[in-house]
Design a binder for this molecule. Structure first.
Ligand code: SF4
Ligand code: SF4
Length: 430
């Protein structure tokens, strides 16, 4: 599609064309500096470059084409929103979390200043008319996780067609029942939105597609155990980010091809950094596209990131829906039970207590042969900042050093962060 045709599409979506052009220009430069400057990238990274270059272009055109065929677009902000159900009505689910400091002033007119950057970003993108994904959505699904998000959805709902799913805060039997009833309520909402009925076959297909996507990322992560690391943390993060908005079937095929290439690279003993490069795990808040600030600093300081303990990372792919239970199910309710079992394993900091996360981080660091953990919290994120203390204690017991970083999307603290990260890497090397 020509640039003029894209402009017409963005105009029809009521974007602020001048501000949007400026945003794309900055992002293009940022991407070039952080991604295209890397040495020894996999050939399969061409897919990542292409998807990123067309994130507001071809992918949005695909969403418009899907709408023209009568399919619905559902936006979400959390890994609790079950894509399996969304796909079962042949709708498209896209992640709307945003990782750029854009539209902040506009956002602060409807949410408090002491709100995390991720929330301010998705609100800012909408109010400043910068997000073609939000504008393409027929329904936006929020969830009652942290206070910041659930109160923001009240204000955000004045601008978009908002639906809020309740997510439990504990993991008792009554909490499982709550999530189950919320899955059924979401199923009914999707059926109302599309006029379709979700049957066993449709739901099975949804599970199959999403499980395949999660398995592809699991395969990728398993290959990252190798030393030298066959892929940079920046590219691995980008893959996780893209998993939220590219077509899931295409994404799975492309990532499996990339894994084939990684396997050959591992067999040859090659990687993106020399053998023995300090290996770090990132843990904490999700890094939404284009939030690449910390990975760039860490890898620029001479370490390699070997895992992301985050929702844009292993928290979203660690557990699959039980395929045997789904194959044996004769009713949609039985499949929903399998979904609930899987989603109740999510160890988000919004749960209290959230003790399984502590063991999961230590186990992941050990599996990935990480020598240290960087715990990342966004400023004003209460859930993850609170858990920093417990995580540090649990990792110390497991013999793993941890660096706690609290930051936002601004670039003002980059030099200070570089100094702290370099000092942490030196400690590990010693
Ligand atoms: S960190 Fe919690 S609230 Fe955020 S996407 Fe993950 S599960 Fe949802
Ligand atoms: S980063 Fe923290 S405060 Fe922000 S949306 Fe996620 S859980 Fe809520």
């Amino acid at each position: 599609m020509s640039n003029a045709a894209y402009k017409e599409m963005w105009e029809n979506l009521d974007l602020d064309l001048a501000a949007h052009d400026a945003l794309l220009e900055v992002l293009g430069k940022f991407y070039g500096d952080i991604y295209l400057s890397q040495q020894g990238r996999l050939q399969g990274a061409e897919y990542l470059d292409f998807v990123l270059s067309e994130v507001h272009g071809l992918r949005i055109k695909e969403l418009q084409d899907a709408k023209a065929q009568g399919r619905k677009i559902v936006g979400s902000f959390c890994v609790f929103v079950p894509e399996e159900l969304t796909l079962a009505v042949d709708a498209v689910q896209v992640g709307l979390c945003a990782g750029a400091d854009a539209g902040r002033e506009a956002a602060e007119r409807i949410v408090p200043r002491n709100t995390c950057a991720l929330i301010k970003s998705f609100v800012g993108f909408k109010l400043a008319k910068l997000c073609p994904f939000t504008e393409s959505c027929d329904l936006i699904v929020g969830e009652t996780t942290c206070d910041g998000k659930k109160k923001t959805y009240e204000a955000f709902g004045e601008y978009v067609n908002m639906y809020v799913m309740e997510v439990p805060q504990q993991k008792n039997a009554c909490d499982r029942d709550l999530l189950r009833s919320e899955m059924l309520r979401y199923k009914a909402e999707l059926e109302r939105l599309t006029g379709k009925t979700i049957g066993v076959a449709e739901l099975r297909r949804g599970v199959e597609i999403v499980n395949a996507k999660r398995k592809a990322i699991q395969r990728l992560n398993a290959l990252r155990v190798a030393d030298p690391a066959p892929i940079s943390g920046r590219d691995a993060l980008l893959i996780n980010q893209i998993s939220f908005y590219d077509d899931p079937v295409r994404f799975t095929a492309k990532i499996n091809e990339l894994c084939d290439e990684m396997e050959r690279r591992v067999a040859r003993g090659e990687g993106v950094a020399p053998k023995g490069t300090p290996r770090l795990l990132l843990a904490g808040c999700p890094m939404a596209v284009p939030n690449w600030k910390l990975p760039y600093i860490v890898e620029g300081a001479g370490a390699v990131i070997v895992g992301e303990e985050s929702c844009i990372g292993t928290r979203n792919i660690r557990d699959l829906v039980d395929e045997t239970a789904v194959a044996e199910a004769t009713t949609t309710e039985e499949i929903i039970d399998a979904l609930v079992d899987r989603y109740m394993k999510i160890d988000c900091a919004c749960f209290t207590p959230n003790t399984e996360r502590l063991g999961n981080i230590a186990a992941l660091a050990k599996d990935m042969k990480a020598q240290g953990v960087i715990h990342y919290s966004l400023l004003f994120c209460q859930p993850y900042t609170h858990e920093t203390f417990k995580v540090e204690k649990a990792l110390a017991q497991a013999g793993l050093p941890m660096l706690a970083i609290e930051t936002d999307y601004s670039m003002e603290d980059v030099e200070q962060l570089k100094t702290r990260v370099q000092a942490f890497i030196e400690t590990i090397e010693q």
